[in-house]
Design a protein around this ligand. Structure first.
Ligand code: THG
Length: 367
C-alpha cells in the first residue's frame, strides 16, 4: 500500500487529519502540499458534486498576500487583467503571465482592503515571483504567505449547507464576492467560488489550528443534504471546460490559446508584466487553440503521465492534455491543445500506448 508522509517540505493542510478520518485513499502534490484526490468511490464522489454537496480540502490553494501602500500597484503589475474597478470584498479570476506572455498561474484575486490582496493560487511558486518583482520595481509592499486555507463546498445543495452554518446572507453573495466573518469563534472568509461549475462556496480558514473543528461543523450541518467528502473532480471540470494551468498548459502556452483571452485587457499600463508580448501575440494571432475531444470506445486506457500525440491526416497537430470518462456524456472526453487550423467537427487520431484511437474535435465546454 502506498502512503504519503507530510513533512515541513510536503506540508499537510489544516484539514489533513479530517480527510484522513474520512477515508482518504489517494492524493496529489500541489503547491508542495498534499491535495486529496479520492476517497475510494469516484462514481459516488462525482454524483455528489453534480446532484448534492461535496466537501473538499483545498488547503493547497495557497494565498499569496500583498500588503502595504503599493499592494494594488503590484497586483496590477502581476496581472494583465484590468483590476482598476475591483472593489473591496470582490474576487476576480486573473491570469498571471511571465514577460513573454506565457501563462504561469491562474489565481483568484481577492481584494480585502485598499492595501491588502490575496492571490489564491494554482500550482506554481508565485510567492517567489511576486517578491522578486516587488523588489526589482522598488515597491513598498510586503509579500507573504498568510495562515489561510480554503475548504470548498461544491454542488447544487452547497448553498443550503453554507446558509445553515453562516446565515442566509450568503445566498446574496455574487460570484467571487466574499465576506470575512466568524464561525463558532473561528475566523474565516466566505466566498462564492470553487473549482467546479456546479455552484458552491469556499470557506477560507484563518487559523490553522481549527481545521478539524471547522471541517466537522460543515460535515454535521450537511447531513440533511447528504454531504460527503470529495475533491476537485477531473470529470466534472473537464465537462465544464475549466482549465488546469500546468496540466493543460506547457511552458509555451499563452492565455489566448486556452480560452483565457477574455481575462486579458490589452490596454492596461505598459508596466504590466507580459503585456507587450500579449499585444504582439494578439496582433499576429495565436498558433494553437484548445478544443474538446470525444474519443471512440468505452473506458479506454486511463490518461497517462504526459500529453498524448494527436494526428490529423497523418501529421502530428498537437497533444491531448487530459482525458477522463464522463458519466453524463457516457464517453471518454479530453482537451486538445492543437494547431489553430484544426476546427471543431474534425476527425483526429490520438496515439495512446502505441495504438491509435479515433476522436472528434468539439467546442468547449462540453456541458
Ligand atoms: N478556488 C480558490 N483558489 C484557486 C482555485 C479555486 N486557485 C487555483 C485554481 N482554483 C484557480 N483556477 C480557477 C479556474 C477557474 C475558475 C476558478 C479558479 C472559475 N472559472 C469560471 C469559468 O471559467 O467559467 C468563472 C470565471 C469568470 O468568468 O470570472 O470559477 O477554485 N480559492
Amino acid at each position: 500500500m502506498f502512503s504519503i508522509k507530510p513533512t515541513a517540505r510536503l506540508r499537510p493542510s489544516p484539514f489533513y487529519d479530517a480527510v484522513v478520518a474520512e477515508g482518504l485513499v489517494s492524493a496529489m502534490v500541489y503547491n508542495r502540499m498534499v491535495l486529496p484526490a479520492s476517497f475510494g468511490d469516484p462514481e459516488a464522489e462525482y454524483w455528489r458534486i453534480i446532484e448534492g454537496v461535496s466537501q473538499w480540502d483545498v488547503g493547497a490553494e495557497r494565498q499569496v498576500q500583498l500588503k502595504g501602500p503599493d499592494a494594488g500597484k503590484l497586483a496590477q503589475i502581476l496581472s494583465p487583467r484590468d483590476l482598476s474597478k475591483c472593489k473591496i470584498g470582490q474576487g476576480k479570476y486573473v491570469p498571471l503571465c511571465n514577460h513573454d506572455g506565457i501563462l504561469i498561474n491562474d489565481p483568484i484575486l481577492l481584494k480585502l482592503a485598499e492595501d491588502q490582496y490575496w492571490f489564491s493560487i494554482a500550482d506554481s511558486d508565485i510567492w517567489f515571483w511576486a517578491r522578486a518583482i516587488a523588489s526589482e520595481r522598488g515597491l513598498d509592499v510586503e509579500v507573504s504567505e498568510p495562515d489561510v486555507s480554503p475548504m470548498a463546498l461544491q454542488g447544487p445543495k452547497a448553498e443550503n449547507v453554507v446558509a445553515h452554518v453562516v446565515g442566509d446572507w450568503v445566498r446574496d453573495l455574487k460570484y467571487f464576492w466574499f465576506r470575512e466573518t466568524e464561525i463558532d469563534g473561528i475566523p474565516v472568509a466566505v466566498q462564492r467560488s470553487g473549482w467546479s461549475k456546479q455552484g458552491g462556496f469556499e470557506i477560507y480558514l484563518r487559523d490553522r489550528t481549527q481545521g478539524t473543528k471547522l471541517w466537522n461543523i460543515f460535515k454535521e450541518a450537511g447531513q440533511p443534504w447528504g454531504i460527503g467528502p470529495g475533491a476537485p473532480a477531473t470529470a466534472e471540470r473537464t465537462e465544464s471546460g475549466l482549465v488546469s494551468v500546468g496540466g493543460d498548459t506547457d511552458d509555451q502556452t499563452n492565455p489566448f490559446e486556452v480560452r483565457l483571452g477574455k481575462y486579458v485587457d490589452l490596454d492596461v499600463d505598459d508596466d504590466v508584466i507580459g503585456i507587450s508580448a500579449l499585444r504582439t501575440i494578439n496582433d499576429s494571432g495565436p498558433t494553437r487553440r484548445q478544443l474538446g475531444l470525444i474519443l471512440e470506445g468505452e473506458n479506454p486506457d486511463p490518461f497517462k503521465f504526459s500529453w498524448e500525440d494527436i494526428h490529423m491526416n497523418g501529421v502530428k497537430v498537437g497533444g491531448m492534455t487530459n482525458c477522463v470518462w464522463s458519466p453524463r456524456m457516457k464517453a471518454n472526453i479530453g482537451y486538445a491543445l492543437i494547431d489553430i487550423k484544426c476546427t471543431p467537427g474534425s476527425d483526429v487520431l490520438v496515439v495512446r500506448e502505441g495504438k491509435s484511437v479515433a476522436g472528434k474535435l468539439v467546442e468547449l465546454p462540453f456541458i
